[in-house]
Design a protein around this ligand. Structure first.
Ligand SMILES: [Zn+2]
Length: 127
């Protein structure tokens, strides 16, 4: 099995309504996002997929929907836009818009020491 990863960052604000602690107040994070793709077979150029294709798919999504946003305004994230829910939504959007990409995990870091990972039940293992 091969695994590749691309990474980007974005800044956004949120608050967690159903949390009793600091995160119930409106605040911001510089989120780091890592998107993994996995598969058993290599394609053209000895690559699982071109890093550039995965990077541009992720950049387009982050620029259009997440960067410098109030995450509480994104309906799919609900009233508690946690790192777990952000990771799930990034996976769903990428899977919807780029179904041929064999995305196997999405990691979202709220800080350098706190990360949530979403792993789909099954990922396309096309190549
Ligand atoms: Zn927070």
């Amino acid at each position: 099995m091969y695994h590749i990863r691309v990474e980007t960052e974005f800044s956004a604000a949120h608050r967690l309504f159903h949390y009793n602690g600091k995160c119930e107040r409106f605040h911001g994070h510089n989120y780091r996002v890592r998107v993994w793709a996995s598969g058993k077979e290599l394609g053209e150029g000895g690559m699982l997929i071109d890093f550039g294709i995965l990077k541009s798919a992720l950049k387009k999504l982050i620029d259009e929907e997440f960067d410098h946003q109030d995450l509480n305004q994104i309906a799919e994230l609900g009233e508690d836009p946690s790192a777990e829910r952000i990771a799930t939504l990034i996976y769903s959007r990428l899977h919807r818009d780029f179904p041929s990409l064999p995305i196997s995990a999405v990691d979202v870091f709220e800080t350098s020491s706190s990360m949530a990972r979403f792993v789909p039940d099954a990922w396309p293992d096309a190549r």
